[in-house]
Design a protein around this ligand. Structure first.
Ligand code: RFL
Ligand code: PHB
Length: 390
């Protein structure tokens, strides 16, 4: 088989890239390791920057998002059990946020690709890129035990943190930066009405977050030790702990019910540089991971894909490699901005096991300063709402 762009990974990054290329008449094939049901069943991100909303609309997958997604002017932060600060991104950055699930985005993208005859090979095993520094790269993979070969002009590595693309770049040509946080997030999804807005809590028992997917679907998280066992967290215990981390007035508004999903995610910051090696381009979690506190992971995957699709379009339509050549540097500028912000917000809102009283006081001073300073709020809003694309 031959195509123009071979895409490894059928998560949001790979699907969106394929869709944006298709709209400009550029062919691609997606190779996805998992079954369709598995990919669709993953519960992950929920908060979209407005730039992401616009890219999804331009990709022709905005209809359900505009109908079912919930636009917000910002996000609340509570700490010391009492204060509530509203991070008003609309007032200070002129941008709203959209609460709409990654699960739904993935469904919308699969539906769009299928409707347009997009080629997606599910359950592709042993996907391996070859000859990536030559002008004739190709990818081999197996389906039902049979090996196939996909020839292409370029390869897009959109296969997430555990994918095969990044490890196929020689270690001597790749620099990686990593920070691992000493806790995770225990998250649940429940078919209960959410709080009216997204609220982050810094509490002495640990961080908590109230979020949403739709008027009858809530998403909540609590900070937990890395060795937490899901079996030790029946729903009742989760709700009790969640409510204990919010001020009473908010806790009283939380509607509880049976969970329909429960999982633990570790927190990590990771960046690989450069995001290009020969004819292989990395996008999304394949190149970088941010802790979820800043709600940036999916948004970065979308901004990478926005830059990368523009680069391929410029190449195929205008015969120019200008954007392909600047892709890595351009994407990394935005990545590091989001990596810094996500790290900062994580440090601000969590309780660290080795935190001293000094650390606690400076954390609280940072929060109090944010509450009292319009300049500080403006700066946070600009970053939380998402830096503009170049
Ligand atoms: P994905 O979604 O991991 O998709 C990669 C795809 O590649 C496939 N794959 C392979 N295919 C072929 N061969 C191989 N060898 C392969 N190896 C892997 C995988 O099966 C998969 O289908 O990466 P992508 O597309 O870059 O998308 C990134 C986002 O998924 C991620 O950044 C976000 O979910 C992060 N995130 C959030 N981001 C936000 O912008 N806002 C949020 O509110 C937000 N909340 C979150 C989050 C992530 C979380 N978890 C669980 C990590 C909340 C959580 C709890
Ligand atoms: C979510 O709704 O899953 C969510 C919201 C905000 C975050 C992270 C995750 O910072």
């Amino acid at each position: 088989m031959r195509t123009q762009v071979g895409i490894i990974g059928g998560g949001p990054a790979g699907l969106l890239l394929s869709q944006l290329l298709h709209l400009k008449g550029i062919e691609s094939v997606i190779l996805e390791r998992r079954t369709r049901a598995y990919v669709m069943g993953r519960i992950r991100a929920g908060v979209l920057e407005w730039g992401t909303v616009e890219v999804l609309r331009d990709a022709g997958v905005g209809e359900r998002m505009d109908r079912e997604g919930q636009a917000h002017d910002g996000t609340g932060i509570v700490w010391a059990g009492k204060n509530r600060l509203f991070i008003d991104t609309y007032k200070y950055a002129g941008k709203r946020l959209m609460a709409y699930g990654q699960t739904q985005i993935t469904e919308d993208l699969y539906a769009a690709r299928d409707a347009m005859g997009g080629v997606i090979i599910d359950e592709a095993a042993k996907v391996t890129p070859h000859d990536i520094t030559s002008d004739t790269p190709y990818i081999t993979y197996q389906t039902q035990g049979e090996t196939h070969r996909l020839d292409c002009d370029y390869i897009a590595g959109c296969d997430g943190y555990h994918g095969v693309s990044r490890p196929s770049i020689p270690a001597s040509s790749l620099r990686t930066f990593e920070k691992v946080y000493p806790f995770g997030w225990l998250g649940i999804l429940s078919e209960t009405p959410p709080l009216p807005e997204i609220v982050y809590a810094n509490h002495e028992r640990g961080f908590a977050l109230a979020s949403m997917r739709s008027p009858m679907l809530s998403r909540y998280y609590i900070q937990c030790p890395l060795d937490t066992n899901l079996d030790d967290w029946p729903d009742e215990r989760f709700w009790e702990e969640l409510k204990a981390r919010f001020p009473v007035d908010l806790a009283d508004q939380i509607v509880t019910g049976p969970s329909i999903e429960k999982s633990i995610a570790p927190l990590r910051s990771f960046v690989a540089e450069p995001m290009r090696y020969g004819r292989l381009f990395l996008a999304g979690d394949a190149a970088h991971i941010v802790p979820p506190t800043g709600a940036k992971g999916l948004n970065l995957a979308v901004s990478d894909v926005y830059y990368l699709s523009r680069a391929f379009i410029d190449f195929y339509v205008n015969k120019s490699t200008r954007y392909l050549d600047s892709y890595s540097a351009m994407a990394l500028r935005r990545v590091w901005g989001a990596a810094r912000f996500s790290w900062w917000l994580s440090m601000l809102l969590h309780r660290f096991p080795d935190q001293t009283e000094f650390d606690r006081r400076t954390q609280e001073a940072d929060l109090d300063y944010l509450a009292s300073s319009e300049a500080a709020q403006r700066s946070v809003c600009e970053q939380y709402a998402g830096l503009p694309f170049e």
